[in-house]
Structures are given as structure tokens and as C-alpha cells.
Write a protein that binds this ligand. Structure first.
Ligand SMILES: [Zn+2]
Length: 142
């Protein structure tokens, strides 16, 4: 199944080729200080493929904090946060925000709270390498 998502103004759009049961899309409400303020709820599937299209890169603010191992892509025009990336051993991993999805019945999402506060950086990166989307490509339109 192809999951389609974009920020509110469409500047940051993505297609996520979801392999596996689309009725079992996990949606993790992250409890970190940034996601609490933004209402970030994330999904990923290590077997999926993510293609991100950015219309105007000058309107994308990349935000990192804390361990600075994750980069939040914030649309500086509409304020949405469609994705997060983490570079682990020279490989880019990502999760996407389920609130950006346009073709998924919200009732089909498996919502769970998630807290990763107790993790050290090493176990955090190992978890992302296991669970996050491992096939990520970007297209920036001129
Ligand atoms: Zn936007």
C-alpha cells in the first residue's frame, strides 16, 4: 500500500510504500519535549520505502536538540513536522508523522504512547536502526 502524506501547505510531501498489513500501522505518540509541544505521532516500518519531495528547501527548517542524533523537518511556511531523520553509520533512517497522512483511515492506526527517556544514545540509535524506515530518498524540486 502506498501511504501519501504532506505538510499542511504541501511544501514537504512524502510517499511511503508500506509493506505488510496496512490495518496494523503503529502510531507512536512520542513523549519527548519536542513532540509533546507539536503533537508528534510517528510511524515507521523497516521494510518500507520512503520518498520525500520538497518543493522549496528554503522553507524547511531542520531542528535538532538533546543528543542531536535526530533531525526534525519543520515546514517554515505552515509549521507542520512531517518527518524525522537519523543518520546512523552513514545510513539515513526516518519516521513519518501519521498526522500528515492523507489516505489512511485514522481508525486503522494502532495508537500507543512511547517514551524513550531512559535510553542512552547507543541503544537509541540501535532501536532506530531496527525500527525506522531504512530506505529513504529525497527529491528537491528546483
Ligand atoms: Zn508546509
Amino acid at each position: 500500500m502506498l501511504l501519501i502524506g504532506q505538510c499542511h501547505c504541501g511544501n514537504i510531501a512524502f510517499e511511503l510504500e508500506w509493506r505488510g498489513d496496512p490495518g496494523a500501522i503503529p502510531a507512536r505518540a512520542c513523549g519527548c519535549s519536542f513532540c509533546v509541544k507539536h503533537g508528534g505521532v510517528w510511524t515507521s516500518n523497516p521494510d518500507s520505502r520512503l520518498a520525500v519531495a520538497i518543493r522549496d528547501a528554503s522553507l524547511v527548517s531542520k531542528y535538532a536538540f538533546g543528543t542531536r542524533t535526530a533531525v526534525f523537518y519543520v515546514c517554515s511556511r505552515c509549521g507542520s513536522v512531517p518527518l524525522v531523520t537519523s543518520e546512523i553509520e552513514n545510513h539515513l533512517h526516518a519516521v513519518v508523522n501519521v498526522n500528515m497522512l492523507e489516505n489512511v483511515d485514522p481508525a486503522s492506526l494502532l495508537r500507543t504512547p512511547a517514551s524513550f527517556d531512559g535510553e542512552d544514545t547507543e541503544s537509541r540509535l540501535a532501536r532506530r536502526a531496527r525500527n525506522w524506515i531504512a530506505d529513504v530518498s529525497f527529491r528537491e524540486q528546483p
